[in-house]
Design a protein. Sequence first.
Length: 456
Amino acid sequence: MEPVQPGYGRSRMPVRRVDWLAIAQLVVSALGLGVFLLFSLMFFVMGIMALVRRDMPVQLGVTSVFSLAWVSVLLSVLALVSVIYAIREINGKDRSASSGFWGSKWFLVASGLLMLVPLVLLAGNAVAKQGRIAWLLLPPLQLLVVVLPLWWMVESARRRLPRNSPQRTWGMLTFSLLITSQVIVVVEIVGIVLAGIIVVVILAMQPGAASELERLATRLMNSQMDPEILVRVMRPFMQQPWVIFGILALGAGVVPLVEELLKPLGLWALLGRKLTPAEGFVMGAVCGAGFALLESLGNLSGPLTDGWLGLAAGRIGTGMLHVTCSAMVGWGMASAWHEGNYLRLGGTYALAVLLHGIWNVFGLLMGIVPILQGNSLLLRLGQAAPYALAGLGVVLLAILLALNYSIRKAALHAALVPAEAAAAVIPALSIEPTEQTEPVGAPDSLENLDKPVDKV
């Protein structure tokens, strides 16, 4: 009996290798689907009960609960799509990248829908001021104002670049939503707690500081979380230069270092898949979009304020920050793995941290302007922060588009070089034609192609 060669069954058909990453994607996505469906049901029930019983303010509590319910529905849909593509990959039905009409036209579709964002912002601002209907209309409008710009940013990043398989793209998005974002939140919370403990220990060692901290804690507990009372209580404490420096160092130094390091965490799972720089760039953009999606929807799902329009518009800029910075780092990671270009990895990470830090500096200054009454320089910077953030958003968009163009040219050049080398080798291997090469009775012009050829 003929022995069966390795890698082949008895029918001599190749045995397909098990894709453990697709199996892991299926497990994680299925668990996420179940959890998000449970959360959506729970929040919808809580919101309906609050409306019926009238036991919480309609404008604040109910709208927040329904916002969380809509967010859970969106995450359930994304997890479901990831489950479907993982099953297709395991069954061997998703082996090729997306192509055809929709593979090249998604950017145009996303660009068309992006035109609706200004209208959605105006509608959301009008609804936010109407407390009676905000719980019904505002949550879906918030989904649109976050999802549509992020989708357009991802499509801009991967425009005219070689496309990954849908299964890999959705797997990266699901990993960012379910794993990466949670890891970043835990790390940042641990860092903030440790920083707070260090500050309290240092202050407790100062004479009279313990009693001052006790009075501050008592006043904060009695403030009932009223914003105006909180500002009055915290203003003397926040005027201290070392407090301002600590806030800026933590928010604009430590946070960017952590987030830009961990946001492309899903790319490490593809370390052995030989990602090209173009694929790393696109996958990094997807990771950034997943993190920005959760962060933005979490911010907008809080209790309503009079500044909903500014907050929603600002989240679009924050999405551009996360997508561009993560795309740069992903490009650097793939370049280091694929080409050994570790200098590019270090440069892209440093630039991403720098841009993220500048963004956070102006964001923090804008948030603490009411407290910075005695510091004229920081007060002026805080007042100019909206314009600085808008300008930085334009710079981030320019970087994203410029990198897309540069990577596209590099990918095209890499594809043409082998073809040019082959074209140079083929003439050397060809046989020189002789006078007897032409067959007898062959047509001597294009006009005679339709006439029968004389037999030899």
